[in-house]
Design a binder for this molecule. Structure first.
Ligand code: AMP
Length: 113
């Protein structure tokens, strides 16, 4: 995959408001928040989108969800948050480095738009 702006954030070449980091993932505030809390959780491994993940990525995919729950707890929103993963341009993906959106702090509609 070609490199995205998220690789530059991982390498700290461009700034981001980081809320969590370890050797496998990074979580930072979305620059254009769609809810009072809007955090992106990304693997440090460059995977363009969910559909490009392989069986080698099974652990990191699960890890991102576990971390999402922990970050929601740290941010005080563990009882009500929404996780979104857009896969592909027609599903709304604009940055082709897999990321989980963690949204909270307002009510959400279903079905999503
Ligand atoms: P998606 O549309 O699912 O690919 O989500 C990409 C998200 O990345 C959008 O919500 C953007 O607002 C966000 N975004 C893009 N560039 C940055 C950046 N430099 N720092 C933080 N968030 C960003």
């Amino acid at each position: 995959m070609s490199e995205t702006i998220f690789s530059k954030i991982i390498r700290k070449e461009i700034p981001a408001e980081i809320v969590y980091e370890d050797d496998q993932c990074l979580a930072f505030k979305d620059v254009n928040p769609q809810a009072p809390i809007h955090v992106l959780i990304i693997p440090k491994k460059e995977i363009a989108k969910v559909a490009d993940a392989s069986s080698d990525d099974q652990n990191i995919l699960g890890y991102l969800l576990l971390k999402a729950g922990e970050i929601a707890q740290d941010l005080g929103v563990k009882d009500a948050f929404r996780l979104v993963i857009n896969n592909g341009e027609n599903a709304g993906q604009t940055v082709f480095h897999l990321h989980v959106h963690l949204l909270a702090g307002r009510s959400f509609n279903w079905p999503p738009g």
